[in-house]
Design a protein around this ligand. Sequence first.
Ligand code: HEM
Length: 417
Amino acid sequence: MEPALAAAPGDRRTVVSLFSRLRTADGQSNPLPFYAKLRTMGEVVPAPWGGHLATSYRLCHQVLRSRSWRVPDSGWRTCQDDAARWSAAASRQMGDTLPMLNPPHHTRMRRPLGNIFDRKSLEIIKPSVEKVIERLLDRLAEELREGPADFCALVGEELPVITIGEWLGIPSADYPLLRSLTHDQVYTQELFPTPSHLALSDAATHRLRQYFTELVQERRKAPGGDPISSWIRTWDALESDRHAADEAVYSLALFMVLAALETTAHVLSSMVWLLMKHPRQLEWLRIHPEHIPGAIDEVLRYDAPIHMISRVAAEDTELAGVRVRKNEMVQLMIGAAHHDPNQYADPGVFDIRRKATYLSFGGGIHYCLGNTLARLEATCLLTSLLKRLPSLRISAAPVWAPRVAFRRLTALQVVHT
Ligand code: HEM
């Protein structure tokens, strides 16, 4: 086994420079060259800010599935030196949500949820998703009659919030607020949040806490057939302390919204961007709509909404022969892993017939609970778009938010010719 890696000054400068360029608008419009460079530095690259970066598919897959790796939970966060980063209110709140819990706490929270979006539930949700899509495309078509329209604002960002909002029984008047609070909250999950971003994230966290606490209280007073009322019944049976039961339900409802919005919005908009960039494949798909789910899988591989997932070592261990100390962080570079030539033939080629596996929804015990819902939204939307707006075209270069971990297309101008 090799000793713990300390970054050589040259490598350190290279990684710092790669990440600062990756964070710019240019880097976000095409991160692939940065990931290619990172992969040439090794399967495990020392992170100049501490911990390591895993750059290969093989390692990212292995770490996600292994019990030797834990998520950075609230206990881990309170022990970190960088108090501002890890003890910020927003970060502490994330530490209490499902994906940031370790067993046995994680098992206790996840098991009662079951498979919330199984085939039967999706059959119930599907007609309302289709109805929402028709409404959103009506509006898009109307705007397109006047000229270019922003697909992100009119469809990509709308469908996920309406879908999850209707599922949870949230009033539609609150969707814009939840969308904007979610955008601000996500800063705390980024690699290098600035103090002003952390402040925005903390303020959003405070408002979200207030919102979802009140929502749980309302459902307690007037329970219905919605998921929040059902989680209250479940947690009242599991937990004798009413306050603890409410906390569990609050944190579930909050995280469902946080988890569902930006991620799904990114898939919907990048699906349109990537297919419009590959018109021959788009035409082929129009003739072979049975391949729509496969095309969405390729969108999820080619440009996953989450490009980086964090884990910490449960004990002193090694990764690809490199020593990693207990509690040291490893950032799994999913965006780089999805273009690893040792895993995929021609990884830089967008190919909707590829039928490849990918890590966009994570793996192991934290595997995404909403993956089927996100895929349903994308499938229904693409099916309808192909029928209703056959001549949709991109009319201006898209705009991405300058981030590293969570991808976000902020504008995608389209025209219908
Ligand atoms: C394309 C859209 C989505 C992507 C790419 C995505 C991605 C992910 C990833 C990578 C994880 C694992 C995080 C980790 O291991 O640290 C995760 C977990 C989770 N996701 Fe998603 N997600 C999406 C949509 C959704 C939706 C729509 C929902 C719910 C309505 C949802 C609910 C969850 C939940 C509850 C977890 C935590 C599971 C656990 O820790 O046991 N996700 N998601």
